[in-house]
Design a protein around this ligand. Structure first.
Ligand code: ZN
Ligand code: ZN
Length: 284
């Protein structure tokens, strides 16, 4: 039994998460989205909201399921990303629309069932999950990277042909959204609804780009391991830095995002009880 909060529960969850390309009926989750979680929904009854947003995804009456190859519609993707957030918002819609556009630009069947597409998003937050569910790219699968420029933009790379398209919102998309949501009560709602209905050419700008780092280096060799000559920590996936005759991790090569406050001792204390990882004796 997977009791929430236990190691078994989390391992079970991750097992499903890491195999999204294999639709397995047994793992399909069907539970209601809780639109009232977001303040937008808090002030509205579900019935009136459903009527108000008729014809587009509104967080109501949509089951939640894991990402699989049968997901193709905007509503499918929005249900999946809303499930990750317990709310739906305009940036998730943008992310999904970008992923759907990427399928056309790269002429690929997305969401992918392999690791052919590598996506680089230029911010974190809700937007990324819209991209992730519509392309089936995940940090945990090494198919999604974050280059944090603070931009709602993404580059979709076909690692086979090395074709890369960078997609970002049209500067006038916010204003034009209102035309596609005439009954929207405010600009947030206009974006939520309008972004779902706007033609891609009015919502997004797509540009072919040439990557500064070759695709092979971006993808690297998964599982390749070495050890930093200075700190002794393991370095994965060819991320070491060559410094003369030595191999260094990025931190020791002077590219660290942190500094250490106190020196570290690697000396072990005596081994106590060989119990379970959560500290309880194995017999419990
Ligand atoms: Zn959000
Ligand atoms: Zn190091």
């Amino acid at each position: 039994m997977r009791e929430e909060g236990t190691l078994t529960h989390y391992v079970g969850f991750l097992t499903g998460y890491h195999r999204p390309s294999k639709p397995r009926k047994a793992h399909v989750q069907r539970r209601a989205v809780h639109p009232q979680v977001h303040p937008y929904y808090r002030n509205r009854g579900q019935t009136s909201l459903a009527a108000e947003l008729s014809g587009c995804y509104n967080g109501v009456n949509h089951g939640i399921r894991r990402i699989d190859r049968t997901m193709k519609t905007l509503a499918d993707y929005l249900a999946a990303t809303a499930a990750l957030h317990h709310h739906i918002c305009p940036r998730q819609v943008l992310g999904v629309r970008m992923g759907m556009l990427a399928a056309e630009l790269l002429d690929l069947d997305l969401p992918q069932t392999d690791k052919r597409v590598l996506t680089i998003v230029e911010t974190d937050g809700c937007f990324c999950d819209g991209v992730a569910v519509s392309v089936n790219c995940w940090v945990g699968r090494r198919t999604l990277r974050v280059e944090d420029y603070g931009k709602v933009a993404a580059t979709f790379i076909d690692t086979l042909t090395e074709t890369a398209w960078r997609v970002y919102p049209h500067p006038q998309a916010r204003d034009r959204a209102a035309h596609y949501a005439p009954t929207a009560a405010n600009s947030w709602e206009a974006m939520l609804i309008g972004y779902q209905h706007m033609p891609a050419a009015e919502l997004l700008i797509a540009q072919p780009v040439i990557l500064a780092t070759p695709v092979a280096a971006l993808v690297s060799v998964p599982g390749r391991r070495t050890v930093c000559d200075r700190c002794g920590e393991e370095i994965l996936n060819e991320r070491e830095v060559h410094n003369g005759t030595s191999l260094l991790c990025r931190a020791c090569a002077g590219k660290a995002y942190y500094t250490t406050a106190t020196p570290l001792s690697l000396a072990f204390g005596p081994i106590k009880d060989a119990g379970s990882p959560n500290g309880n004796p194995a017999s419990q």
